[in-house]
Design a protein around this ligand. Sequence first.
Ligand SMILES: [Zn+2]
Length: 300
Amino acid sequence: MTPAFRGCGGDVARQTTVRKVVEAVGISRVYQMPSRLRFRPAPPGTGIAFHRADRNACVAASLDRASLSEGRLVLGRSPGQVEGVEHLLAAVVAQGLTDVFVELDGPEPPAFDGGASTFAEMLWEAGVATGRRFVPTLQVRAPFRWECEHGAVELRPAGSLVVEAREAGHDGNGQRVRLHVTPRSLTAELAAARCPAWTGASRAREALFGSGAPARRSWSPAGEAHRHHTLELVGCLALLGHPLQAEVVVTGPALDLALPALRSALAQTGVLDLTAPGRPVPLWGARRLLDLDGVAAGMG
Ligand SMILES: [Zn+2]
């Protein structure tokens, strides 16, 4: 996670980005097209910004730009949109990156192993560059609960990011995953969980990282499906635009519930505070509305 310390006025984190450019090529999941992905260092204040090199278009990872389509997270609008980026974003959240350019040469990142293992390995290879600047963190001031007929999302105060996902409709015997979100825990508990009905081979990943890549955990199909939802929930937390220090408890289909629940939490007064070094800042600062046109123009 982003390095944080307790200052006068709240917890703050330092700006972090990748240390160097890393690139990988694979086949996208839905379009089954070759896709090239690059993570590039970004200056403070950029946030997580996707760059469609084929369209020279940029879109920020933010709730304002996010929608769901056929169970996949979409950012922006056609023709410059990016699709199915939830696994990639989960690896970015776990790495604690506040700023990074994600460059694609099409609408969809490579699927690799069907989970997030390769994204996590790419970011590990890139390394983390910690800047001098402090960045505000989002903190939960009062417990929050949002629910609908399909499940519920709760936010509770915590000093770091903890995620718990439970299956709906069970009397305590259903699948349950709980973890402190770090690069290590994501890799161990979630990253190998693949999309439902995943049929792709892991050959592309083996070509990249050799046969020494760790074998998948032996989860049951139901267990893997639950961990996959939890992985996607972690990815959705990137849409808040700032490091989140909270306990997030989800009961039900996490990806479907996350977007409306996070929007509701941000809209409600007194739930989430954005805390900068020494002073609280207005919550509207949590809505990152970046004008990325200049960013696209400046990228090669
Ligand atoms: Zn997925």
